[in-house]
Structure formats: structure tokens, C-alpha cells
Design a protein. Structure first.
Length: 459
């Protein structure tokens, strides 16, 4: 006789029943069949190629043990478990070749390590209990929809591979979401609550969309991850911390209303491959082109790490033709390099020759920074040249080399540029030394100006 259960859309249940209800819609404490018998009946119904018998809406299961099984009816009809109540769903090493819908289902625990899902899996509005819920090294070839899903326990997809998008819009994860080491073509986490943070360490994402996460201070850990495109947005209120240390960041948008929120993007030894620095130039200027601050985690970074951070940022900006920001990052790179030389100079454990070499490099770095802004500030060289000309003009007048101010200015310019017309000759050893010194300074500053100007033009 037919089952008396009717689905929410008015369709009657197609499973046969010995009494009033079928095996699947009879409460577990009222049926004589074991979990294994229910499992066998479930597999037989799924593989029957009957669309009606592949509906289990509102069904009640104890332990649904499908380990190492191949679920394949060789058709495209969806296995529907909408609103089902499952104590434990076991799918280790299983292969599910049908699309599966668990919309609104209640599952206390899911265990699916190394399982393969060849079609879409929908958990829209489902409730997952205390778990844990494990999908380690699983493969999802179709979409995984977790929209509105409520997950009370820890859930891990560590090492899983995804063929299509994963959507966690408006979901709630009370013990965090672990996607460490996963490959995802597209991950959307929008309007979700992720207590314990979103773990994306070592993950590879073609597109990542993160918007309006809660609670305040939620951490999205992208350490060593590759994020090729997407949006990492701050919520309207509060803040989300994005840890991008040692990550590779492509054409990714940092979205925020308050420029101070830029400090919630943790950058350290980060590779940039197509990142649009120019879109954030005003914010970068306000921060003095500082990238490595990160308010979410207080950690000390080595000088070598900071130097490499700005080297990578400079290379990334240069690669997209953003020479202005590349120039600023280069200056910061050189400053941290100078600090590294200083630390080596002060390190008593190093051999004396290495300390001496570091001292020389520190001095060279310091002078280049002061005189020319590491080749990025031609105006500094011009200012210094003007100061040299002014000083020697006054010196020539004071030592009586020239008769008046205009003649002193003329002689200083001729000497600075090493033209040496010979119409004015310094009369004493001291004044001849002054003229020689100015000539050396002039030759040096002229060469330095040509170098800095050429560097700016080529950028």
C-alpha cells in the first residue's frame, strides 16, 4: 500500500508502506527495521531510476551508513532529502554521482572524508549539529550551496577540491569554517557569521568574495593562500581582519568606507600579481605607504621580512605599471635594508669583517637616502646643489676671490659646473682648495641628479 506521507508541495510519497507510513517516514523508535535495513532500502530506492522514489523529504534516519559505496542511478534526477532528520550521515570514500538536496535538513553529524560528489550538493537552510562535520580531502565536482546553513559544530574541508562555486551566503558557523589547503574556483561568504574564523591557509582560490562578516573582529586567515580575484570587504559596522601573510594576491578589491580599515589587511612577504595599488593611492599616502601594520594580530616581524615585504610590493606595483607607488615602496625597502645593515653591525656574534662590511653598506645606504631619496627624489639633489652654490658664493666673497656678489655667483657656477674659463683665479692655497672642493661637489651632484632624474623618467 502507498505511504500516507505527503510532501510540502502536495505530492504523495512514492515509497511503499507495510502500514500507514513507509520505512523512511516512520519514526526510528516505531519501526522494527535496523539502520542497515533502512540504508539498503535507501540505496535501492535511489538506484531505481524512479524520480518519485528518489524523494525522501521529511524522512527520519538514524545512522545512514554509506561508506565506500557508489551511489549511481545513471540518470539526472536529484536525490531529495529536504527537511530530513539524520542522526549521522557517513560517507567516507563514497562516490555520489547524483545531485543531492538537503535543503532544510537536520543532521547531527556528517563524516565524508575522501568522498566524491560528482553533481551539486545543496544544504540551503540546513541545520548541522554539534558534529564534528568532516569533508577532509573530499571532491566536489558540482556546486556546494551552504546558503543559510546553521552549523553548531566544527566543520572542516581541509584538502578538499571543488570544481564549481561554494556559496555560504547568510550561513552561520558557530565553531569556524576550515577550508585549509582547498582549491576553489569560487567562494562566496557574504552576510555570514563565522565564530572562530574562516581558515583559508594554503588554499588556492580563483575568486573569493567576503562581505559583511560577523562577529566584529572575525579573522579570515589567508596565510600562504593564492587569491587571484575577488573582493575582501569590511562590514558596515565593526571590522573583519584579513591575514594575507605570504599569500599571493591578484586582482583583488579591498572594500572599506573608512580608510583606517586598511590596517585590517595583514600584509607581510605578500606576492602581488595584478593587484591595483593605484586604486588605494590616497589611502596608502595617508598611511605613509606602510603595508605591514595589522591591528588584528600583534606580532613582531624581522627586518628581513619587512624589507622583503616592500620589495614584493614594489615588484607588484611595477608589473602593473604603477610607478608612483613602486617608487614609494622602494624607498621603504631601502630603509629596512639600512636597518638590517645596522642590526648586523651591532651583532657581536658576527665576524669582524662582516660587521665592517655591514657598516660600510649602512653608511652608503644612509647617504644615498639623505642626498637623493634612494634615487627617487631629484628635488633633494637640486636643493643640495643650490645650498652648495650658496655656500661657496659666500665663501668666495668672504675670502676676497671676487669683487662683488654677482661675480661671486658667476665664479661659483662656473666652478660647480667645472667649466673653468680661467678669467678668475683663486689667489691663495685656501681659496684654490675651496674651488677644487666645489668642483668635486658639482661633478658628484650633477652625476647624482642625472641618475635620479633618469630613474624617475624610466619609471
Amino acid at each position: 500500500m502507498p505511504c500516507a506521507h505527503t510532501f510540502t508541495d502536495g505530492t504523495p510519497c512514492a515509497h511503499p508502506a507495510d502500514g500507514e507510513r513507509c520505512l523512511f517516514h516512520t519514526p526510528p523508535d516505531e519501526r522494527d527495521a535496523s539502520d542497515a535495513a533502512v540504508r539498503d532500502a535507501f540505496v535501492e530506492a535511489v538506484e531505481s531510476r524512479s524520480p518519485g522514489r528518489k524523494r525522501f523529504d521529511g524522512a527520519q534516519f538514524g545512522v545512514l551508513e554509506l561508506s565506500s559505496r557508489v551511489i549511481d542511478s545513471k540518470d539526472n534526477h536529484e536525490v531529495r532529502l529536504d527537511g530530513a532528520d539524520i542522526e549521522e550521515l557517513r560517507l567516507p570514500n563514497a562516490s555520489v554521482r547524483e545531485p543531492v538536496s538537503l535543503t532544510g535538513a537536520r543532521i547531527d553529524r556528517v563524516s565524508a572524508p575522501e568522498a566524491t560528489f560528482e553533481r551539486s550538493v545543496t544544504l540551503d537552510g540546513a541545520t548541522l549539529g554539534a558534529g564534528p562535520h568532516e569533508f577532509t580531502d573530499a571532491t566536489f565536482q558540482g556546486k556546494l550551496l551552504l546558503t543559510g546553513c546553521q552549523v553548531a559544530g566544527p566543520v572542516t574541508f581541509e584538502g578538499a577540491a571543488f570544481g564549481r562555486k561554494v556559496d555560504c551566503t547568510d550561513a552561520r558557523f558557530e565553531a569556524g569554517l576550515d577550508l585549509e589547503g582547498c582549491h576553489l574556483p569560487s567562494l562566496r561568504v557574504s552576510g555570514a557569521t563565522v565564530e572562530g574564523g574562516l581558515q583559508l591557509l594554503d588554499a588556492e582560490l580563483d575568486r573569493l568574495e567576503v562581505r559583511n562578516l560577523s562577529p566584529d573582529g572575525c579573522l579570515v586567515d589567508c596565510t600562504r593562500a593564492t587569491v587571484r580575484s575577488g573582493t575582501l570587504a569590511q562590514p558596515a559596522t565593526g571590522a573583519t581582519a584579513f591575514d594575507l601573510r605570504r599569500a599571493t594576491v591578484g586582482d583583488v578589491a579591498f572594500a572599506f568606507a573608512d580608510p583606517a580599515a586598511f590596517d585590517h589587511y595583514g600584509i607581510l612577504r605578500t606576492e602581488f600579481e595584478g593587484f591595483p595599488f593605484a586604486d588605494y593611492r590616497e589611502t596608502l599616502r595617508a598611511f605613509g605607504w606602510r603595508l605591514h601594520g595589522f591591528t588584528a594580530r600583534e606580532r613582531e616581524s624581522s627586518t628581513a621580512d619587512l624589507e622583503l615585504t616592500y620589495l614584493k610590493a614594489k615588484n607588484g606595483a611595477t608589473a602593473v605599471g604603477d610607478n608612483d607607488d613602486a617608487s614609494q615602496f622602494f624607498v621603504r625597502e631601502m630603509r629596512y635594508r639600512r636597518r638590517r645593515y645596522r642590526d648586523r653591525l651591532a651583532d657581536a656574534s658576527l665576524p669582524l669583517d662582516r660587521r665592517f662590511d655591514s657598516g660600510g653598506r649602512w653608511l652608503t645606504n644612509r647617504l644615498l637616502g639623505l642626498l637623493a631619496g634612494y634615487g627617487e627624489r631629484p628635488s633633494r639633489v637640486l636643493g643640495l646643489a643650490l645650498a652648495v652654490l650658496t655656500f661657496f658664493t659666500a665663501a668666495y666673497a668672504a675670502f676676497g676671490v671676487t669683487a662683488g656678489l654677482s661675480e661671486s655667483i658667476y665664479f661659483s657656477i662656473v666652478t660647480f659646473t667645472t667649466l673653468g674659463y680661467g678669467d678668475i683665479v683663486p689667489p691663495t692655497d685656501v681659496t684654490r682648495l675651496l674651488a677644487a672642493t666645489e668642483a668635486i661637489c658639482g661633478a658628484f651632484l650633477t652625476a647624482l641628479f642625472v641618475f635620479t632624474l633618469g630613474r624617475r623618467v624610466t619609471r
